[in-house]
Design a binder for this molecule. Structure first.
Ligand code: ATP
Ligand code: MG
Length: 560
């Protein structure tokens, strides 16, 4: 990969020039284990691990697990799997913020001793009123004047479990008149009598994110703490804690989060889709999660490539899904073997082909990769073609098969349709054709031409399979935008999953394994499902179509 430039790399280059941090570069990826990782996290992962790699530095994987109520071991395990799958290595630096709970407590006591933190007994509602408005300063809490000794005692008793949830909090003593709300004596510890996935019932007070996060970075001696733009307003607080505790001070740097069109990225909302059964799970191939993309057939390298291409900026924007699809399409064009498969089969009987005969015809595995070689595809008297490759009464621009017209069967022969067989309702049951034995391999010795080449599968040799086709999960570019406060689920696309149960696949696919990707000629890139697929009942997903169709989808969304 070519070397990237961006404003974060500029900052690091400067720091290295100035010998800051003894020339160290140490980053971290700090997920909260309250859901599965999504493509937005991939951006942050590739950024943080990528910086460490390019600057010969280190990157930690750290679980920011300071909130006991929403976090679970299932999420921890999935995050470890996903980061590793994306190709990154944290060596022995896997950390849990919860392992620092004793240290956080110690630092909170230090603030108290310095007169920089106090125990406050206001109710949550009173605290809100005291905080003031954007245009108005707040009011000091009546408990702000407590002595250090009194605060130490109360804080210890909070820890000992003497008080109920919400009865008291520990707050930083900063400035109730600050134009920055985050600086108006923020809460740094709360009482929460709740079991933690790692520390069990040892603690009944838990630190707030802003207090814990800068300490985690400092404890691990992170040099560049990269986070998303929402935390810009929190940076003064990040700096305040570290300055007042006089401990190692990483630099917080904010970048724009990834937003993808027709996609939601909030873990809370993704969880809702899972819990309410709108999708089959976190790894549903329509989900923007890493596990969903993996199951859909995205490779780690295509996701890394995407993250590199979108770059890093200081302003928010929405990226078109065609960028993501483009990265996998481009890769699979070089790596995916071609096969012929029919999704909506229409039977064709070739009347002048001998009954009981079959033959093997040579087909190219990948025209982009000569080393991929050739394979032999069976041909026989009865084959399937795609239903929409035939029209009985074709309009002017339809060049594929129709009565009395000759077309090429790829790698096989020229065939001409002689008769359309229908049932009593007029539905087409099958086509009768004749073939020209002189055109074996797909070329006529007399040089005559045909206007269309169709893919096909020999009926007797075909594998019966289920193929799942996907559209975007949402109908709107910004799914969160709803009329009159409706839930975002009103924007779900009812057609996001289409299951085709009667597909006919080329027999060479009988050795296909979970996760493997193929190009079904003329139809797109497909992948063997990793969950439901068996040799007896094959299941394939369409990863992407062969061409970008997003311009059309976007226009349709606009007219809605
Ligand atoms: P969500 O809104 O999905 O719950 P989060 O920010 O709460 O995301 P965390 O687990 O705290 O999730 O995120 C871990 C890291 O990933 C953070 O450093 C965060 O900034 C980054 N991150 C999360 N979402 C995105 C995104 N869409 N684009 C880039 N980075 C992201
Ligand atoms: Mg978060």
């Amino acid at each position: 990969m070519e070397k990237q430039t961006n404003f974060i790399r500029d900052i690091i280059d400067d720091d290295l020039k100035n010998k800051k941090n003894d020339g160290r570069v140490h980053t971290r990826f700090p997920p909260e284990p309250n859901g599965y990782l999504h493509i937005g996290h991939a951006k942050s992962i590739c950024l943080n691990f990528g910086l460490a790699k390019d600057y010969a530095g280190l990157c930690n994987l750290r679980f920011d697990d300071t909130n006991p109520t929403k976090e679970e071991t299932e999420y921890v395990n999935s995050i470890i799997e996903d980061v590793r799958w994306l190709g990154w290595d944290w060596e022995d630096r896997l950390f849990y913020a919860s392992d620092y709970f004793d240290k956080f407590y110690y630092y909170a006591q230090e603030l108290i001793k310095k007169g920089k933190a106090y125990v406050c007994d206001l109710t949550p509602e009173e605290t809100r009123t005291y905080r003031g408005k954007l245009t108005e300063p707040g009011k000091n809490s009546p408990f702000r004047g407590r002595t250090a000794a009194e605060n130490m005692d109360l804080f210890e008793r909070m820890k000992a479990g003497e008080f109920e949830d919400g009865a008291r909090v520990l707050r930083a003593k900063i400035d109730m008149a600050s134009p920055n709300f985050n600086m108006r004596d923020p809460v740094i510890y709360r009482i929460l009598k709740s079991s933690h996935h790692n520390t069990g019932d040892k603690w009944c007070i838990y630190p707030m994110y802003d207090f814990a996060h800068c300490l985690e970075d400092s404890i691990e001696e992170i040099t560049h703490s990269v986070c998303t733009l929402e935390f810009q307003n929190h940076r003064p607080l990040y700096d305040w804690f570290l300055d007042n505790l006089e401990i190692f001070h990483p630099q917080q740097i904010e970048f724009a989060r990834l937003n993808l069109g027709f996609t939601i990225m909030s873990k809370r909302k993704l969880l809702q889709l899972v819990q309410l059964g709108y999708v089959s799970g976190w790894d549903d191939p329509r989900m923007p999660t890493i596990s969903g993309l993996r199951r859909r057939g995205y490779t780690a390298s295509s996701i890394r490539k995407f993250c590199q291409r979108i770059g890093v900026a200081k302003f928010n924007s929405t990226i078109n899904i065609s960028m993501l699809e483009g990265s996998i399409r481009e890769e699979l064009n070089f790596t995916a073997p071609r096969v012929m498969s029919v999704l909506n089969p229409l039977k064709v009987v070739i009347l002048n082909y001998p009954e009981g005969k079959d033959e093997k015809l040579e087909a190219i595995n990948n025209p982009e990769d000569p080393a991929a070689g050739v394979r032999m595809v069976p041909f026989s008297r009865e084959i399937y073609i795609e239903r929409d490759d035939f029209m009985e009464d074709p309009p002017k621009k339809f060049f594929r098969l129709s009565p009395d017209r000759e077309v090429r069967l790829r790698y096989a022969y020229f065939v001409t349709c002689t008769e359309v067989i229908k049932d009593e309702k007029g539905e087409i049951l099958e086509l009768h054709c004749t073939y020209d034995p002189q055109t074996r391999g797909g070329n006529a010795p007399d040089g005559r031409r045909v206007k269309a080449t169709l893919h096909w599968v020999s009926a007797a040799h075909a594998i019966d399979a289920q193929v799942r086709l996907y559209e975007a999960l949402f109908l709107k570019e910004n799914p969160e935008k709803t009329k009159g406060g409706e839930d975002f689920t009103v924007n779900l696309n009812p057609d996001s999953l289409k299951i085709l149960k009667n597909c006919k696949l080329e027999p060479s696919l009988n050795t296909a394994k979970a996760g493997e990707a193929y190009q079904f000629e003329r139809l797109g890139y497909f992948c063997v499902d990793g969950v439901n697929h068996t040799k007896e009942q094959p299941v394939f997903h369409r990863i992407v179509s062969l061409r970008d169709t997003w311009a059309k989808i976007q226009n349709k969304a606009k007219s809605r």
